[in-house]
Design a protein around this ligand. Sequence first.
Ligand code: 3HC
Length: 304
Amino acid sequence: MTEPSIDKVNNILVVGAGAMGSQIGMVCSLAGYGVTVQDIDEGMLEKAQEQLRARMARNVEKGRMEQNEVNAAFDRMSFTNDLEGSASETDFVIEAAVEKLDVKRELFGKLDEAAPEHAILATNSSTIVSSQVADATDRSDRVCNMHFFNPALVMKCVEVVRGPKTSDATVETTVELTRRIGKAPVVLSKEISGFVANRILGALRDEAISLHEKGVASIEDIDTACKTALGHPMGPFELMDLTGIDVGYYVKMARYEESGDPKDKPKKSVVEKFEKNELGRKTGKGWYEYDEQGRKKAPSESEV
Ligand code: 3HC
């Protein structure tokens, strides 16, 4: 068997062209890697390219990056529907598809068939620990979680989580790759749902939602308290709108399925938002409303 190693990592495949996947791809290509972003949905691929081009144009405009640096990064990137074809040429996969176990297991099975032996298959999931997808492959030692934070172009932390069968070489390679793309690795030596940052964030979020549901304060005032009393860059409701209310919903459902504890279920107002497809910035409405440019408008009518 060929052991994974950072020296073998030249081409990275990101599966899923949502906000996370596309930005993870951009981070890797800006760091000099060849990147393929794959998605089954052509529309998602187009949207991803448009958003990344707009984001990079802004960085050039603001003097944060040189135009030639951005051009070179886009030259190293390709966007495709072809999973097997792109997997056959990759050295490292970062899967950032929908947070559904059956979808991920099927993907990992296909990736395992197509990818070279030395390739690591990492999942960006924060809820599905890699051992749940590793056994859909014949390379459990080369599977781990590599969890980025939203927005991936900005947030420095990447949690690297070792599954029970993940090899040292896989952890070392993933940690080194994290450093080489300019991120700060946080290593978890064992699996736990939610990992470190999201478990802490989840506790804060639960308290914020519960204060809102009890009618103690408006979502705006709770957000203001977190920003002005605690120095958080965003309030918990603003952050849920950024990361997606559906993502939070699935996280809670997964935690509940694991623990069986009703306290782990998504809160009532989150379920309501989820059922109304008010998922945050991406649908134009979540806890707040957003205009076409993604700027926040007044709080949603439906609060309290
Ligand atoms: N995508 C990419 N870059 C973005 C961005 C986005 N969605 N939003 C902001 N930025 C970058 C841009 O460069 C922007 O500057 P520009 O607009 O001039 O180009 C710069 O950040 C500053 O943005 P803003 O002036 O709009 O606002 P802030 O100064 O508040 O910064 C923020 C935005 C970086 C998102 C900051 O508010 C922040 O750090 N918020 C907390 C984010 C956080 O907690 N993330 C973790 C979420 S949990 C998670 O991801 C786990 C997962 O499992 C769900």
